[in-house]
Design a protein around this ligand. Structure first.
Ligand SMILES: [Zn+2]
Ligand SMILES: [Zn+2]
Length: 121
């Protein structure tokens, strides 16, 4: 655990998302939409189409699938998971994603973090 992935202050707005002040002095605003899109749970990673599905569900009716709703999402609840992560409950009822601080830090999309990182060989 480094200062860059340790939160020293977290402000939650259920309609806006979370603001995190990191121990290295960096501030991140993560809106609900980007949090929802970045959900690390197996179901969402499958929906995002990254890699092979580990949870093939042969004939589930499409209405029963957790639908990805990129717009209009809000948070219903935010709870800490130990000292290492946050769990978000989204307005679509989804709450299986555990967002570690490291994951949250990677989601920061400010100009500084969005800039390409120098390659280290
Ligand atoms: Zn998920
Ligand atoms: Zn940043």
């Amino acid at each position: 655990m480094t200062a860059a992935s340790t939160a020293s202050e977290v402000n939650v707005s259920l309609s806006e998302g979370v603001d995190i002040l990191w121990q290295d002095g960096h501030r991140s605003h993560l809106n609900v939409r980007s949090l929802r899109q970045a959900c690390p749970c197996a179901t969402c990673n499958d929906l995002h189409g990254t890699g092979e599905s580990l949870l093939k569900q042969p004939s589930a009716p499409s209405t029963a699938l957790p639908m990805f709703k990129p717009t209009g999402a809000t948070l219903l609840a935010v709870e800490p998971v130990g000292r290492y992560a946050l769990r978000f409950t989204f307005s679509d009822g989804h709450n299986t994603g555990i967002y570690t601080w490291e994951h949250l830090r990677r989601l920061c999309s400010c100009a500084e973090c969005a800039a390409p990182k120098p390659k280290r060989d």
